[in-house]
Ligand binder design. Structure first.
Ligand code: UD1
Length: 420
């Protein structure tokens, strides 16, 4: 695809109802997990995003039979898959390509994956993943740009030094069919960890404790086929909530899981925005001025780092001074350098951003530096006077399904054009 830019004209308040797509972070774990199955699987509610397209290509590259209907489902017959490695090109297409390491190790006791690409938000080491594989009986290492893992898995105790989503996923994948039992201590508790455990259990795996910080996995020999729908996207839900709040709008976000959104809902309420939950929908309604707040990113159920960028964009126009502290990734404020060009008053000191709310932002040309930074630029542009240009919108396509269509259906003026 050639170069493109997004054009966003601000000043329209978003109104109406919009439906959330299936979760990116759960899809990128569940699709590699199908390789562990001894029978065909069908995964439903998959978002039509670049990361999912890349995984369809990767499974096909490994030899699996993949029948993919974008935006709907993917049927995967893993039985013909014989590969234990994927191409550099495909590995660079998404960060989560390293989940193939856990799933291939669990499937055939051997995997070799090029160190993945993905978003540039700071160094993203994989030492904990490798340590986890070693603890359950594999030899694992990183050499010459390749991650390797090999061995007959016996299971074991895994103690993570820090809470890592990717490490937890990778060890769950590898351990599901190990010869013995595995316990993961200091496990991540994100909703997609629970979703992955539910999917594996639906195939006959025996995983308990997902959603708490101790996960126990009893290795099984055989996993049967399953038809499984992934949960709605927590971060898309949050981005739409923030977009509604940013534009002074009144939006119902349907098809979501409100309990996954409590950290964000609490912060929006603190700003003075009305947030009302029902079973599977959230209404975000702006009734008066939005006040400055402090935000500190934390592992789930704390405030998610993936929403820090859209949230800090919103705070550039809140009344007063906000302090945003990023505790998970060290380079996650690059979007603020771009938004500063729109007239925002922001100072970044290490992992802290001090944001003095201004009454108005002005349109500017900007570049998305990663997926959630791209979403933050859209939020800022929706608030700004004039038409902003967002370059490198491809980053946004990695994780948001048809974002322009969804925002346009709520009254936003947003479009994309090819660059000559
Ligand atoms: C996942 C999410 C991402 C989210 C992040 C934090 C997916 C596909 N991606 O990323 O959207 O922003 O969780 O919620 O689910 N770390 C190490 N060594 C390791 C692994 C991690 O030092 O071996 C560090 C990281 O540098 C980071 C922290 O641990 O500072 C958390 O990272 P982790 O939870 O692993 O994030 P990802 O799985 O990459």
């Amino acid at each position: 695809m050639g170069k493109e830019r997004m054009l966003v004209t601000g000043g329209h308040s978003l109104e109406g109802q919009v439906r959330v797509s299936g979760g990116k972070n759960t899809a990128v774990a569940v699709i590699p997990a199908t390789l562990l199955s001894d029978e065909p699987c069908t995964i439903e509610n998959l978002p039509d995003i670049e990361d999912v397209h890349a995984l369809a290509d990767i499974l096909a590259e490994l030899g699996a039979k993949v029948d993919y209907e974008p935006g709907r489902l993917m049927r995967i017959d893993p039985r013909p898959a014989e590969g234990i490695s994927i191409s550099y090109h495909n590995a660079q297409r998404l960060r989560a390509s390293y989940y193939l390491l856990g799933s291939l190790l669990g499937r055939c006791g051997h995997a070799k994956i090029p160190t993945p690409g993905g978003c540039e938000i700071g160094t993203r080491p994989v030492d904990q993943h490798l340590k986890g594989f070693r603890a359950i009986g594999a030899e694992a290492g990183e050499i010459g740009g390749m991650l390797t893992a090999e061995g007959e898995l016996t299971g074991g105790d895994v103690f993570f030094d820090m809470v890592t989503v990717g490490g937890t996923v990778n060890v769950m994948l590898a351990a599901a069919k190990a010869k013995g039992n595995t316990t993961i201590y200091n496990a991540a508790k994100e909703p997609h960890i629970v979703d992955l455990a539910n999917f594996l259990n639906s195939m006959g795996a025996r995983i308990k404790g997902a959603g708490t910080d101790i996960i126990r996995i009893r290795g099984v020999q055989y996993l049967h086929g399953s038809t499984y729908a992934v949960i709605p996207d927590q971060i898309e839900t949050g981005t739409l909530m923030i977009a509604a709040a940013a534009t002074g709008g009144d939006v119902i976000i349907s098809g979501c899981i409100p309990t996954h959104m409590e950290a964000l809902s609490a912060k929006l309420l603190e700003m003075g925005v009305k947030v009302t939950d029902s079973d599977d929908a959230i209404r975000v309604h702006v009734v008066g001025p939005r006040r400055a707040i402090n935000v500190k990113t934390q592992v789930y159920p704390g405030f998610p780092t993936d929403l820090q960028q859209p949230m800090s964009a919103l705070l550039t126009t809140a009344k007063g001074t906000s302090i945003v502290t990023e505790t998970i990734f060290e380079q996650r404020f690059r979007h603020l350098d771009e938004i500063r060009r729109m007239g925002a008053h922001v100072r970044v000191m290490g992992r802290t951003a001090i944001i003095e709310g201004v009454s108005e932002l002005y349109s500017a040309p900007m570049t998305a530096t990663d997926l959630r930074a791209g979403a933050a630029l859209i939020i800022a542009s929706l608030m700004a006077r004039g038409t902003s240009e967002i370059y490198e919108p491809g980053f946004i396509d990695r994780g948001y399904e048809h974002i322009e269509d969804k925002l346009r259906s709520l009254g936003a003026e947003i479009r994309r054009e090819a660059l000559l």
